[in-house]
Ligand binder design. Structure first.
Ligand code: SF4
Length: 377
């Protein structure tokens, strides 16, 4: 009998990743500086990883054999990047390379039982407004095989030399996009009993609007795409506070909470709600993304070097809460700095990595109870 925890001794050969054959005008891979983690430069267009890991594909590189295999093996749901259903607009966005008209392809697979989660990367002035409205209409019309649709803002780094000029999403753009999405959600709630289309968290934060309720995310179908992460964190925080999960941190202990600029205001709001009921002192360190550019504000794309520089401007703390989303499965930041290097640099302070703030604080409390954090935590 194999003991629990022992591997089978079989290594599955994963084979090469199928690359996409597009040149999307907003492709994030093309906007990366040199010297980052190698897998970041792979233009993944692999339907297998779309099914297995929820990676978005455009479908442009699917051969007849691939399509047959998807249906035969029931690789469903697939995560599909549509961007626009208007052929000219989609063609422009894919760099004049991909399948112009995505609807026949999706319809063909849907008719054979394949379900979809869709994505639109919103580029102001190109696929917003009327184009976005039509895209929502066309995708929703696919019926029950169309499970959800996320609209996410285009990410523009500071490394776009020789790439098409694109405008970033402004607060005004965000307000307009939310108006379209909320109007359609209202309509779909009565026609299909589901909102179907969801805006990424960034739109609400940019627009300064209220984050939708938990119920409005209907089970968070596109959480990995940044749709509902903020609401989920707020709910986790409320639950943890109600269960007094934050008790146990010694008075006077100082903890630096590292986050991206985007989440700063939400985090400050959560922390101010705890004032008087938590003994430790939590200071937020909103890290500016110097590696990719200041318009990249999410925590998941923070470089280890930028984090070290930002926390270095504060007096040493007893603990540092680091967003887990910034690390890959090998515990490397985007700039190849390892978690152990970061731990060493911040020693003797304890580094706690967690998927959210509440989880990080809960781990901090657990560590303090075990005596694993110095006297003050
Ligand atoms: S599909 Fe477009 S955005 Fe995605 S990797 Fe290929 S070129 Fe880049």
């Amino acid at each position: 009998l194999r003991e629990p925890g022992r591997t089978l001794g079989i290594k599955v050969c994963e084979g090469a990743v199928h690359r996409c054959n597009n040149k999307c005008v907003f492709c994030f891979v093309d906007q990366l500086p040199r010297g980052l983690r190698k897998p970041l430069y792979v233009k993944d267009g692999d339907y297998r990883y779309s099914f297995l890991q929820g990676n978005f594909i455009t479908g442009s590189n699917l051969s007849r054999r691939h399509l047959e295999r998807i249906v035969r093996m029931g690789l469903s749901p697939l995560y599909f990047s549509v961007h626009a259903t208007e052929p000219e607009v989609r063609s422009y966005l894919l760099g004049d390379c991909g399948e112009r008209d995505v609807i026949p392809l999706v319809k063909r697979l849907a008719a054979q039982g394949i379900e979809f989660h869709f994505q639109v990367v919103l580029c102001p002035g190109i696929n917003d407004g009327r184009v976005l409205d039509k895209t929502i209409t066309d995708l929703e019309a696919l019926g029950s095989r169309a499970l959800s649709m996320a609209v996410v803002p285009v990410g523009l780094t500071a490394h776009r030399e020789q790439l098409p000029r694109l405008a970033p999403v402004t607060s005004e753009d965000a307000v307009k996009v939310l108006q379209v999405i909320q109007r359609r959600q209202l309509q779909f709630r009565s026609s299909r009993d589901s909102r179907f289309v969801y805006a990424a968290d960034e739109f609400y934060l940019l627009a300064g609007g209220k984050i939708p309720s938990q119920a409005a995310y209907e089970g968070y179908p596109q959480l990995e795409n940044g749709v509902g992460l903020v609401r989920r964190e707020i709910e986790a925080f409320k639950r943890a506070a109600a269960r007094k999960r934050f008790d146990g941190i010694a008075a006077g202990s100082r903890c630096l909470v590292v986050t991206g600029k985007l989440f700063e205001s939400i985090l400050s709001g959560l922390l101010s709600g705890l004032k008087g009921s938590i003994s430790g002192v939590f200071e937020i360190v909103p890290v500016q993304n110097k590696l990719l550019g200041e318009s990249i504000t999410v925590a998941g794309l923070l470089a280890g070097g930028d984090i070290l520089e930002a926390v270095g401007q504060h007096p040493p703390a007893d603990a540092y809460l680091i967003p887990g989303a910034a690390l890959n499965e090998d515990n490397l930041f985007i700039d190849n700095l390892s978690l152990s290097d970061l731990r060493q640099a911040l020693s003797p302070g304890r580094v706690i990595v967690a998927s959210g703030f509440s989880q990080a604080v809960a781990e901090l409390v657990a560590l303090a109870k075990r005596g694993g954090v110095n006297k003050s935590c």
